[in-house]
Design a protein around this ligand. Structure first.
Ligand code: FE
Ligand code: FE
Ligand code: ZN
Length: 288
């Protein structure tokens, strides 16, 4: 059975997120560890987390994919912005320990003109400060569309970050992974519409498929290589719409691919809950 869900609000707490997910036919979900514009995290309610943990077990959920706020930039040119990202990620990961065995996904950051090489160094240095040996959460770098000076636009760039962390702190290697965003990789120039097999073979060569832990399943408002990062609803963008050169076969290939089909799929499409429920049911149908 497909493990699929969407981004849900943490505003009403942890157990409420699980109940919302169940109500739309999801068996995983994503959530922001705190307000996406930054600011304080909710205070931790251990009873609430315990209630979510039993709900997840009872309903056979797959791994959850927490999302770091977009405002963190581990490779900012400003030292205070880097320090903020490091302090916030460390706190997020401490809190994730109360919900062991899940994923924590983050955007590698933007090098803001310092260059990719410096970006790689700063992100790796930041990760070495926020991760610790034996942590119960796997930290996922997200593949990015390559808007502006965004890092993570190529598999090579992600591989360099992972290799540098591994070199500095070999004990952290197993706790690092990658989340593949279908809108972002297409925008970055990887042709998953016509050659998903080839793109994943390339991922395997450069990063290794054993690092591929989760998928953000989004359609794209722009063609392959656009570097725009605008998500479309499933079937309404360049991946899933036949009128735009994609189609249902492209979506089916994604949710049934041997390298992807057992990973958690997270929808980040422009929808309300009823729209997510429809997309989840539709994609479950395609995967059968
Ligand atoms: Fe993201
Ligand atoms: Fe994403
Ligand atoms: Zn995006």
């Amino acid at each position: 059975m497909l493990t699929i869900g969407c981004h849900v609000s943490i505003a009403k707490g942890y157990a409420a997120m699980g109940r919302t997910a169940c109500s739309i036919g999801a068996n995983t979900f994503a959530f922001f560890t705190r307000n996406p514009r930054g600011g304080n995290a909710r205070s931790l309610d251990e009873n609430d987390i315990a209630a979510l943990r039993s709900l997840l077990a009872e309903h056979g959920f797959g791994r959850l994919v927490a999302h770091a706020p977009y405002t963190y930039n581990l490779c900012s040119a400003k030292e205070d912005a880097r320090a903020f990202a490091i302090a916030s990620m460390r706190e997020d990961l401490e809190r994730m320990e109360f919900l062991p065995g899940q994923y924590y996904n983050f955007h590698p950051g933007s090098h803001v003109g310092q260059g990719s090489e410096r970006g790689v160094e700063l992100i790796a240095a930041g990760l070495c400060q926020v991760m610790h040996e034996g942590m119960a959460t796997r930290v996922l770098l997200e593949t990015m569309a390559g808007k502006g000076t965004e890092m993570g636009r190529s598999f090579e760039e992600l591989a360099k970050i992972i290799a540098l962390v591994e070199q500095k702190r070999p004990e952290l290697s197993g706790a690092l992974g990658v989340c593949l965003d279908t809108c972002h990789v297409s925008d970055a120039g990887y042709d998953i519409i016509h050659d998903l097999d080839g793109v994943l073979a390339h991922f395997d060569e450069v990063i290794g498929l054993e690092r591929l832990c989760a998928v953000h399943l989004n359609d794209s408002k722009n063609p392959c290589g656009a570097h725009k990062d605008r998500h479309a609803c499933i079937g309404e963008g360049y991946l899933g719409s036949a009128a735009l050169g994609g189609g249902e076969d492209v979506l089916r290939a994604i949710v049934t691919h041997p390298a992807l089909k057992d990973l958690p799929f997270i929808l980040e499409t422009p929808n309300e809950l009823d729209g997510y429920a429809r997309e989840i049911a539709y994609l479950r149908g395609l995967a059968e």
